[in-house]
Write a protein that binds this ligand. Structure first.
Ligand SMILES: Cc1ncc(COP(=O)(O)O)c(C=O)c1O
Length: 386
């Protein structure tokens, strides 16, 4: 490396995550919005619209309507007890076993807990990767329709639970409203026969990850839901769980080029950010636009942008038209606001990147860069002679 090269290289570890707040109005109707994974909630058109968003293990709005629930396919007794203790509006249950535990815990507390049954409708959402399909045969999520029928026929067993809702989330980044309509087709008979009051139809609304990409707007999903429901004799409260749709475009992952090389005819740009910072490309072969932070440079040969981690899948993007980067230069991985930091890890002993909130021309660090001390916190040395 020449002296000039080394002077272009700034301090190592430049990776950071830039988050700009973006709240979007969804579906144009007063729907309940619940994010399954991250306990984020907002209700449009509510009296307390301004305080309607919050982040916590469980969320109840001031007017007591929300509704947060799903922690995944297997919740521990302690998690369920916590949800009950903080009076979560609705818990989405994924198995009969979970219902039994919940019923017992609710009974011990003298509560009657509102519950949604998360169903596996057995529908293929035609997602871009198999790891983001969740409502098909063989998926670990949800309760099969026949079993749900059995549970609802025996709801007397769960006297401390109000089995008020059905929940489905068939996958992520779904471009076609038809699988959602098919899902409704599968669950509505159950909803009708068992006096279900609410349907939580999950998330998965598509985000444009590529420049100029046109994706199905949420209105089309709303239309599909509306046209399927309008003939029904009962009406249902509808909840949606938009995750990425709200925040994906609000975040950018900024990385610094650490090395560049030719290898067997490919031009490889290695950055200090990788799958520990944004795992979507490695886990789902997801596409994220990559842009040079300094615009206007001439484009070089196609580049494979790789992370530094000891995994062959650790690429942020392949065959990208980018300037001929040199070490020290910065690039931005776009639409990294969802499933970025939340899915980050310390794998390869990598401290997590800081998060920076940008508001207009102002920025603030909202999460510090982790240190090596952070990585070791909580570890204990054993006395080898003890
Ligand atoms: C139950 C549930 N609902 C909603 C979502 C949000 O999905 P997306 O971010 O694709 O909209 C997820 C994501 O994992 C989920 O597990």
């Amino acid at each position: 490396m020449s002296h000039e090269d080394s002077s272009r290289r700034t301090e190592r570890g430049q990776t950071l995550v830039v988050v700009a707040l973006a709240m979007v109005a969804l579906l144009g109707m007063s729907a309940l919005i619940v994010d399954g994974g991250n306990a984020f909630a907002q209700q449009r058109g509510s009296q307390n619209g301004s305080d309607a968003a919050s982040e916590a293990g469980a969320t109840v709005l001031a007017h007591g309507q929300l509704a947060l629930a799903s922690g995944g396919a297997g919740k521990t007794d302690a998690e369920l007890a916590y949800a009950l203790d903080v009076h979560v509006g609705q818990i989405n249950a994924e198995s009969a076993d979970e219902l039994l535990v919940l019923n017992k815990l609710a009974g011990e507390r003298g509560l009657r807990q509102r519950v949604a049954l998360r169903l596996n409708p057995g529908v293929d959402p035609h997602a871009q990767h198999k790891h983001i399909s969740t409502g098909h045969a063989g998926s670990k999520f949800g309760i099969e329709i026949d079993e749900a029928e059995f549970i609802l026929n025996n709801r007397g067993q769960f006297q401390h639970l109000d089995l008020a809702a059905l929940h489905v989330h068939i996958g992520s980044q779904i471009h076609d409203p038809v699988p959602l309509a098919q899902t409704l087709e599968r669950i509505l008979p159950l909803a009708q026969t068992h006096a279900i009051r609410a349907l939580d139809i999950g998330g998965g609304f598509p985000v444009a990850y590529r420049n100029g990409e046109l994706v199905t707007p949420p209105e089309e999903f709303a239309r599909a839901v509306h046209s399927r429901l309008k003939g029904e004799s009962r009406s249902f409260e509808i909840a949606i769980e938009p995750g990425r749709f709200i925040v994906a475009d609000a975040g950018v992952l900024v990385a610094q080029v650490q090395a560049t090389k030719h290898s067997y005819g490919r031009w490889i740009v290695v950055t200090d950010a990788g799958m520990t910072d944004l795992i979507r490309p490695a886990l789902y072969e997801a596409y994220h636009e990559i842009l040079p932070v300094v615009q206007g440079l001439p484009v070089g040969e196609l580049a494979d942008v790789a992370g530094p981690i000891c995994e062959s899948s650790d690429f942020l993007g392949k065959e990208r038209s980018l300037p001929r980067f040199e070490t020290g230069e910065l690039l931005a991985v776009m639409s990294a606001g969802a499933y970025g930091h939340t899915m980050s890890s310390n794998y390869n002993a990598r401290p997590r990147a800081p998060e920076v909130m940008v508001r207009g021309d102002r920025y603030d660090v909202v999460r510090d860069r982790e240190t090596y001390e952070d990585l070791l916190r909580g570890e204990r040395m054993l006395d080898p002679l003890a």
